[in-house]
Design a protein around this ligand. Sequence first.
Ligand SMILES: [Zn+2]
Length: 417
Amino acid sequence: MCALLVGLPDVTVIGVGEWPLWLRITIASAVDRAECSCGGVVHRHGVREVVLVDLPVFGRPTRLVWRKQRRRCTACGRSWCDENRELGTARCALTTRAARWATVQVGRNGRAVSDVARDLGCGWHAVMDAVVAVGEQLIDHPDRIGAVNALGLDETLFARVGRFRTQLWSTQIVDVRRGQLLDVVPRRSAVEPCRWLATRDPNWLAGIEWATLDLSASYRAVLDTMLPDAVQVADPFHVVKLANTALDECRRRVQNETVGHRGRRDDPLWRARRRLSIARERLSDDQHNRLMGLLRAGDPHREVWFAWNAKEVVRQIYDHTDHALAAEWVTEIGRDFTDPEMPFEVRRLGRTITRWAAQIVAWHRSHVSNGPTEAVNNVAKRIKRVAFGLVNFRHHRVRCLLYAGKPDWTLLPTIQP
Ligand SMILES: [Zn+2]
């Protein structure tokens, strides 16, 4: 009955005991015959106990105590221990089945490592090391990445470390059409993504027709050098974000120039900050009138008003469905925004948009042909939820890819840590 409950092949249960913290199950190998390759006589040579973290039994954290038989050959002098990879290995503190279970919990279900460690009654690193050992085999499986038609590059902040809260960045490489995370590489410079693309099969690279990016020069360099034939598409989310940032900066500057200090509760511009960021069509008439009133009170030269309008105009780029109309609209934006009457932030926004006009308009072509969507941002949000704060890049990569990289989970029963 005990052996049935423990459920491991080829073992005998020697004893079960309860220690204050864990249930301890002591087992030994059921097969007691061993032969040496030289054909000599084999003697038993003591027992070594290995304690492994196993799956919780009836809600209690459990330790599997494996009494490994040491053997020695009298003829050649070789000595060795029982091995059973299905049970566990010396490299992993968890039994093989517990390591697989932890990988599912952390990788597919997106649970916190500390949460899983509490269930198992062991330390954080024991669980994370097991997840890395099993997870890396899953995510590095050659069949995980299929043919890709639209590739996206995006930066992710994944931790802040040290006294100065130094930011750690990584670059995510995404199959934009399927919303699958292909890989994560360190830092946000052009070097690592280039290296990653350079190791790909040329045929695979040739299949990429579209490449989306945020408005950063380093990713543009990556795509210019590694994927010269792919059409570059600026990610709408980042274009609109840029316009919102310009509005924000303008508001803060005007606030400082007119009142002489940062926003306080009663300042009109401070009170307007929320409404400024809401889309025009989502403001009721009443809210809109109040916003205009606040701007009249706090914005004597109508600079924030210009910036607010600029933001709305940039958003309207994506209301167009026609490629030619959108191109005209973007050219007009570049001309209007750089007018000397405009506040500094808007002129800078205009210059950026002109520089990226081709990429911004390319979205309209790709979009109508069922091309790149906002999958990049969805993947980024998912990743932020599960992997923020992991300081070690290898841990970060495994967590991200298990969660958003669509590994083939049916392979899991064949993988040993
Ligand atoms: Zn021998």
